[in-house]
Design a protein. Structure first.
Length: 243
């Protein structure tokens, strides 16, 4: 419920949308708030239809305020003139964090190519071998060489992230989204660096099956297997070791 005033008992609200597939409630149905848990975004409602279905505001359910509890008629339990509607609520927390992580992965992957580069030359073979070994062994010297994508004024900052996520600059969800972005960017940087090194390293005869093409993929050592991602556009491994 970031960006909205907290609901309180007695508020009159109207349904805009609910993801519950079994309810008979329809958009426009009205009810009275009987409780509100802002931590979990759960709004308890006594609907005029008799339903007591709670609204899960962080999971996609949407309502709007009709009248505040202070203006209720004590006899009817209903209010008079509508008060100002609250600002539209931000996207659900899970969706925001997912989008932030996706942005981080995209930027982390791009950073590999402007920092490490992509070369198929003979001279690059030793470099890519050292890089892959350093990643597999979580070598701090390798980690210190490269700059991870960050949220700085020089390139992509928190204001840019907030705009891309549709959040206000002062939305409390932005701090958690920034953490998700940075963690995903860091992980993807090292995963993509390892994929790049494996693509560019030429396998030795010991790593080729009989009759295999010399341009075949490198078979990584067992210690690097945690960072393996056979399809660079596929799902990322969850337990990869990165520096």
């Amino acid at each position: 419920m970031s960006g909205q005033p907290g609901y309180q008992g007695g508020d009159r609200i109207a349904l805009e949308y609910t993801a519950d597939p079994h309810t008979r409630l329809q958009p426009g149905d009205e009810g009275t708030v009987t409780g509100y848990d802002p931590r979990h975004g759960q709004l308890s409602v006594r609907w005029d239809s008799g339903s007591t279905l709670a609204m899960l505001l962080l999971d996609g359910d949407r309502v709007h305020l009709i009248t505040a509890g202070g203006s209720l008629d004590p006899e009817t339990g209903k209010g008079g003139e509508p008060v100002s509607r609250p600002a539209p609520r931000p996207a659900a927390r899970e969706a925001v964090l997912r989008r932030a992580a996706n942005l981080g992965r995209r930027h982390g992957k791009a950073a590999v190519y402007w920092q490490i580069g992509d070369s198929g030359s003979d001279a690059a073979q030793e470099f890519y071998g050292d890089l892959l070994g350093g990643i597999a062994g979580a070598d701090p010297e390798i980690a210190s060489v490269y700059e991870m994508p960050g949220l700085t004024a020089q390139d992509y900052d928190r204001d840019n992230l907030a705009a891309d996520l549709g959040l206000a600059r002062d939305d409390p969800a932005l701090a958690e989204a920034a953490e998700a972005y940075l963690a995903a960017a860091r992980q993807e940087f090292w995963l993509e660096a390892a994929r790049l090194a494996r693509r560019r390293l030429r396998p030795s005869p010991d790593h080729r099956a009989d009759g295999a093409d010399d341009a075949g993929p490198l078979t990584p050592p067992p210690s690097a297997a945690a960072a393996e991602d056979e399809d660079e556009d596929g799902p990322e491994p969850e337990d990869a070791d990165v520096p």
